[in-house]
Design a binder for this molecule. Structure first.
Ligand SMILES: Cc1cc2nc3c(=O)[nH]c(=O)nc-3n(C[C@H](O)[C@H](O)[C@H](O)COP(=O)(O)OP(=O)(O)OC[C@H]3O[C@@H](n4cnc5c(N)ncnc54)[C@H](O)[C@@H]3O)c2cc1C
Length: 481
């Protein structure tokens, strides 16, 4: 297929059907026909521009896009990098060390969303001279205004600048601008990103030698899903700051009087600053998935399976009470495993070996949604005769019981309705339109959760499947039968 045909084909499948996650990798190549635009719903999307443009470095856009029909899946990509040095689990992907803990050195933990490991690893790679540049997400404003919007990918080359890039930004970002700089600027880079963004980078590295040579480490974040820009606006608006007045946001303010998962949200308007416990704000229930990109509902990678290391929150009873935050950490790369072990021996990190089962437990809800209930969401699309991307389907995965399937349907409905109703609310300058319209479906969703007898069994099944893997699960099922 010619480059021109493949760009049209990507447009007709992934982009037109709403599966673009806005990573921006298709727009990086010299002469790319794609450009990144922010759509009316506050999501980055790729847009096919001029016809007959000749892209010099990419041969096939369908192989480059993480949702493209011809791109290899996460297992195939990861195998190349990690097969010889790691073990494999079908929930977490490849793994060497599996830890829970936090940074004790410096201010990393205080400044981070969780245990501070995200910024620490980037900082350590730079400090040890393993890379020259860090590609990470920070405020576009001055370094003093860390939480000012918009947030975007930046390149940092000093330890101080790297440390300004902490905190989780549940906010749309894209890679094309920053990767264009990488193309122009030789050096060794480390990049931090969500699972699908890291997958895109691996696919780009496969097609373009410049990126293969320059990007030395990929640091992944565990991911529930990516939010549109309207998520931030919806939280601030409920705090009395209208969308057009919003200047800054911190999605993860630690509250020393509450467990780590009971964090607060900070928002800044022209003359006021507010901090409100996040669970008091409508739309912040991540399971409900308000303002989610559609693509995220068709991604089955929670642990950034193609990254050299992945970091998330250790949502485990033994750690969650510590309001300062605790990371779950899975290493896959020898250099990073060594950095981590050395720093632990030097008491710069406090880390427990937790084993892969605990890592799975820490992301139980996300894994069930992404890897199991994906069957239902694919079914919904297929029943409507829509195009769907190819996904990894472990053997024996069946549609969920009726009630769980209804919950999935309600989640899809809330995802779509959040975008539409908030747009209407903005136009009418009345947040109640969003709160009321989405509120009706959310109540139904909550009620459905309370009567999920069948689903408890389903959850048990999925936890056991997660721990034993598909093969072990089948053996157990036969023994029980
Ligand atoms: C959209 C999103 C969804 C997430 N979902 C989950 C989840 O379901 N479960 C879970 O356990 N953890 C999730 N995380 C990860 C979690 O929020 C923390 O980022 C992670 O635990 C690291 O915390 P830390 O204190 O170690 O890192 P910090 O020291 O706070 O550093 C965070 C790093 O992430 C980078 N970063 C921030 N926002 C983005 C972004 N949008 N895209 C790429 N890089 C970014 C920063 O530049 C920084 O390098 C998610 C993160 C994001 C951004």
């Amino acid at each position: 297929m010619s480059t021109d045909q493949s760009s049209k084909s990507l447009n007709d499948t992934v982009i037109s059907n709403g599966y673009c996650v806005g990573c921006g990798v298709c727009a990086v190549t010299e002469g790319s026909p794609f450009k990144m635009v922010m759509d009316d719903y506050g999501k980055y999307q790729s847009q096919l521009g001029r016809d007959n443009v000749f892209a010099k470095t990419v041969t096939d856009y369908e192989e480059l896009c993480p949702f493209g029909s011809k791109s290899p899946n996460e297992d195939l990509i990861a195998k190349k990098y990690f097969e010889n040095t790691c073990k494999y689990n079908d929930q977490v992907g490849y793994y060497q060390g599996v830890y829970a803990g936090h940074v004790t050195q410096g201010e990393f933990r205080n400044r981070g969303s969780s245990g501070g490991m995200g910024t620490w690893i980037l900082n350590e790679l730079l400090d040890q001279g393993r890379v020259d540049y860090i590609i990470h997400v920070k405020s576009e404003a001055s370094d003093e205004k860390l939480h000012d919007i918009p947030f975007s990918y930046h390149i940092s080359e000093t330890l101080e600048a790297t440390q300004q890039g902490g905190k989780s930004r549940y906010y749309p970002i894209e890679l094309s601008e920053v990767l264009k700089v990488v193309r122009e600027k030789p050096g060794r880079y480390a990049v931090v990103g969500l699972p699908c963004f890291i997958k895109s980078i691996r696919l780009l590295q496969k097609q373009d030698a410049v990126f293969d040579e320059r990007i030395h480490y990929c640091i992944g974040l565990v991911c529930g899903h990516l939010k549109s820009k309207r998520y931030a606006e919806s939280l601030a608006w409920q705090m009395g700051i209208e969308p057009s007045d919003m200047k800054g946001i911190d999605f993860r303010v630690k509250d020393s009087s509450r467990p780590a998962n009971r964090y607060s949200t900070y928002a800044r308007g022209p003359s006021e600053e507010k901090v409100v416990p996040t669970n008091e704000l409508f739309g912040a229930d991540w399971g409900a998935g308000a303002f989610k990109y559609k693509a995220c509902d068709f991604c089955d990678d929670v642990f950034a399976e193609t990254a050299d290391v992945v970091l998330g929150d250790a949502w485990l009873p033994e750690y969650v009470q510590d309001s300062d935050g605790t990371n779950v950490l899975v290493t896959r790369n020898n250099d990073i495993e060594k950095l981590v072990v050395t720093a632990r021996n030097e008491s710069r990190l406090k880390l427990d070996d937790i084993g892969v089962e605990k890592a799975i437990q820490s992301q139980d809800a996300g894994l069930r949604h992404r890897k199991i209930a994906l069957v239902d969401r694919l079914d919904f699309e297929r029943q409507a005769s829509n195009w769907v991307p190819d996904k990894r389907m472990p053997n024996g995965h069946e549609a969920s019981p009726k009630r769980e399937r209804k919950r999935q349907w309600l989640r899809v409905k809330m995802r779509d309705l959040s975008h539409e109703s908030f747009m209407e609310a903005r136009t009418a300058a009345d947040i109640n339109i969003y709160l009321d319209r989405l509120g009706v479906v959310y109540s139904e969703y909550q009620k459905s959760g309370k009567t999920l007898k069948g689903s408890v069994k389903f959850r048990m099944k999925t936890v056991v499947r997660g721990v034993l893997g598909d093969r072990g699960f089948k053996v157990l099922k036969n023994v029980v039968a």
